[in-house]
Structures are given as structure tokens and as C-alpha cells.
Design a protein around this ligand. Structure first.
Ligand code: GLP
Length: 251
């Protein structure tokens, strides 16, 4: 079962993540980090950037693989996950941009109609992760419906990286990044599968606030089910869930 750690706030959660990842990079300079977008991991990236600077840790060989990307947004779009990961992780940490990958990189905004190209991108991404040696530590947020990455309810627990349709709730949740206009939110995404995520050696899921309480209760105490994709963490031998009191309130 996942270990659940209740902390005061995002900063304290960020410190826990950052200390363990900094130690990992010191012992394994070419560590492979699994990266996530969303607001939940931001304090963790900031804390890690601070430790990297304060302790002069060499991150030039660190590799990174992001969880997901929208279909149809060019890499340069400010809300593409490519741009977001580069802005929030690669630049503050000083990672080598060439060593950090996002599932939509090869698509660069290719439209939904470009089915063959999109279909090929998923397996190629999983292959690239395997060739890099597998992910050492995957940071995860959680959607209010229990999604991880963009694996919406109903996603197969064995799934690899693939195209998915976004459910309306996720598009509503993410409209805040698109002028509060749901019509601007892409309808599809490419995401690491639950099976891909479960291959990472350590999973660290961060969740804060009352809005995540239901999803966290399902994740930790519900049955393992495709209806709450994050419940698959129960199958992982080394999963850590770090939450604040509000997100833990229904446990
Ligand atoms: C998006 C991302 C998820 C993320 C979720 C929650 O849907 N694809 O990876 O976990 O948002 O975001 P936040 O941490 O901002 O609540």
C-alpha cells in the first residue's frame, strides 16, 4: 500500500520531494525524473531548484520525461505542456533541455486528423523511457476525478502511452489556463499510460486542498479500479502520497 504522509502545506511537501531527489541525483548523476504539470508539483520544483543551487549539484546529465501533452498545441504555445515543463522545471533547475522529453514533442501541434503520427508517438515514447533506463522517481498530481497524467476514469491499468479524450470535467478544470474558455481547451491529449507510470521505481503523488479529498480517499481506501485511475498506486511497491490536512480530510 502507498505510504501516506500528511504535511502542513505545499512547501513542506516540496521539501520532502526535493531532498530525496537531490540525494538521488548525487548518487546517480544521470537519474531519470518523471515530471508532471499542474500546480501541485510547483513548490517541489522550486525547492529542488534551491537545493541544486545551494549544494552546487551537477544536473547536466539528469534526464526527464513528462507525463502528458495536449494534442494540437504547438510546442511554442504557452500552455503546451512542453512550454510549461521547460518554464517550471528545465529552466529553474538548469537541466539540459535536450535531455528532457514531453510526449507531444514529435507531434509539435499535429492535428487530431494526423492519426497515424499520433498513434506512433505513444509506443515510441515508452521505448525512449525504457532506453533511458526507466524512470527513477515519478512526481504525480491528481485530477478531481482521480486521473493521473491524463488517464481519465476508465483507463486501463495496463495502458501504455497513447492518445486519450479529455473528459468535460478536466476541460472545465483546465479552462483557467485558456482565458476561462472551455472551447479553447484541446479535446484530446497524449499521456503516459497507467502501465507506463507503474513502471517507475518510485511514485510520489502530491495533492492539496479540499477539492482533492474525495479523489485521495478513493485512491488510498477505495478498491483498485479503472474508475479511479490513481488507485493503481496501490499496486506499486514504492508509492508515496503527500497531502495536506484538507486533501486528507476524507481518509
Ligand atoms: C492536469 C494534468 C495532471 C495534473 C492535474 C491536476 O489535468 N494533466 O497531470 O495532475 O492537472 O492539476 P493541479 O495540480 O493543478 O490540481
Amino acid at each position: 500500500m502507498p505510504e501516506v504522509i500528511i504535511v502542513k502545506n505545499q512547501e513542506e511537501a516540496g521539501e520532502l520531494y526535493a531532498r530525496s531527489v537531490a540525494d538521488l541525483i548525487k548518487s546517480k548523476p544521470n537519474a531519470v525524473l518523471g515530471l508532471a504539470t499542474g500546480s501541485s508539483p510547483l513548490a517541489a520544483y522550486q525547492a529542488l531548484a534551491k537545493i541544486v543551487k545551494d549544494e552546487s549539484i551537477d544536473v547536466s546529465n539528469v534526464q526527464g520525461f513528462a507525463l502528458d501533452e495536449y494534442i494540437g498545441l504547438p510546442l511554442t504555445h504557452p500552455e503546451s505542456y512542453h512550454a510549461t515543463i521547460h518554464r517550471t522545471v528545465v529552466e529553474p533547475l538548469g537541466l539540459d533541455p535536450a535531455k528532457v522529453h514531453v510526449p507531444g514533442d514529435v507531434l509539435n501541434g499535429a492535428p487530431l486528423e494526423d492519426g497515424e503520427k499520433i498513434a506512433a508517438a505513444g509506443p515510441a515514447y515508452d521505448k525512449a523511457i525504457a532506453e533511458a533506463g526507466g524512470i527513477d522517481v515519478q512526481i504525480l498530481g491528481i485530477g478531481t476525478d482521480g486521473h493521473v497524467g491524463f488517464n481519465e476514469p476508465g483507463s486501463s491499468i495496463a495502458s501504455g502511452t497513447r492518445i486519450k479524450t479529455l473528459v468535460e470535467q478536466t476541460r472545465i478544470d483546465n479552462a483557467r489556463f485558456f482565458d476561462n474558455d472551455i472551447n479553447q481547451v484541446p479535446t484530446h491529449c497524449i499521456t503516459q499510460g497507467i502501465g507506463t507510470i507503474l513502471k517507475a521505481r518510485h511514485l510520489v503523488l502530491l495533492a492539496f486542498g479540499e477539492g482533492k479529498a474525495e479523489a485521495i480517499a478513493e485512491t488510498v481506501e477505495g478498491g483498485v479500479s479503472a474508475f479511479c485511475p490513481a488507485s493503481a498506486l496501490q499496486l506499486h511497491p514504492h508509492a508515496t502520497i503527500i497531502v495536506d490536512e484538507a486533501a486528507a480530510s476524507r481518509l
